[in-house]
Design a protein around this ligand. Structure first.
Ligand code: R5P
Length: 289
């Protein structure tokens, strides 16, 4: 059985269909004081797959704890979490003494309540294996690049550009399969919204550029990269990302700098979603069960 939550239900139902499993919703009631009441189907099979994306995660984490603990009390013996956006992965060290290393704390929390954790493009840069961050029996990190390649088949004449050195992994693997030209920029982050980008030595005159990254949060990285591309003569800049976090005014920033289309996977529900991850996750669940 696959269990989902209201805010990610369409995507969870697609996954249940791809797996050929039944779907049911975990009902969440929020009390006036902010506490959550979580209700599962009273009868559960031995293996339950939860599907929930952890953007805006704090309440969702507590609700997952309540749901997973209840599932075990109801007799489930194996719990798998499909978590398309895995939260708290960016804080992987204490940049200032006293800061919590959220990555491993939240990773351990999830590993304590789930047997398997499956995600896509987790933000792991200094940590090389998902299992080091999430020490569950099975910790699986997938990549959305194959699905992105399929999507880009209908955009054959573009140049791919990664906005920072960390994005090379996605841009290069899409380029290797699709045969598209690519480059990777250098980024210097001076603050949450203060970013400097230096483009690689590529002729962008009258070219269509697709910026590719794992996360769009404030949108500043993509917006500044797009601005630089236009300054180098690009005729069009579109953006493609796995996780459309879209904090605050990202959409307005894109409009200001003239970004064309914004495309994303359905790891986080957003109007830019155009690439379904259901098939990718279904294969991963089947591979470990
Ligand atoms: C950082 O290294 C990530 O890959 C993204 O580039 C970053 O999270 C994007 O954040 P923002 O949209 O706030 O610039």
């Amino acid at each position: 059985m696959l269990l989902g939550f209201e805010e990610y239900e369409v995507q969870a139902q697609r996954l249940a269909k791809a797996l050929g499993r039944s779907y049911a919703r975990v009902d969440v009631h929020e009390f006036p004081d902010g506490e959550s009441k979580v209700t599962l189907p009273a009868k559960l099979p031995a293996h339950v797959v939860f599907c929930r994306s952890l953007d805006r995660p704090n309440n969702k984490l507590i609700e997952l704890l309540l749901a997973a603990t209840t599932a075990r009390q109801l007799g489930a013996q194996r719990l798998t979490l499909v978590v398309p956006y895995l939260c708290y992965m960016r804080q992987d060290t204490a940049f200032v003494a006293g800061e919590a290393i959220s990555q491993t704390i939240i990773g351990q929390f999830l590993a304590d309540i789930f047997d398997d954790v499956i995600t896509v493009d987790p933000h792991l840069h200094r940590t090389h294996n998902l299992k080091d961050a999430v020490p569950a029996a099975n910790a699986v990190a997938l990549s959305a690049t194959t699905a992105m390649c399929d999507f880009l088949l209908s955009h054959p004449d573009v140049i791919l550009l990664g906005p920072d050195s960390e994005s090379v992994q996605w841009v290069r693997s899409i380029a290797e399969v699709s045969g598209l030209a690519y480059g990777v920029a250098e980024k210097l982050r001076l603050g949450d919204r203060e970013i400097q980008i230096t483009l690689p030595d590529l002729d962008l005159t009258e070219k269509s550029v697709v910026l590719v990254d794992d996360v769009i949060s404030s949108g500043e990285t993509m917006a500044i990269a797009a601005k630089c591309c236009f300054e180098k003569g690009a005729k069009r800049v579109d953006v493609l990302a796995t996780h459309a976090l879209f904090a605050q005014s990202a959409v307005e920033r894109f409009q200001q700098v003239g970004v064309g289309e914004v495309w994303s996977t359905d790891s986080i529900p957003h109007s830019s979603n155009c690439i379904s991850l259901a098939g990718l996750f279904a294969e991963a669940v089947q591979a470990i069960t």
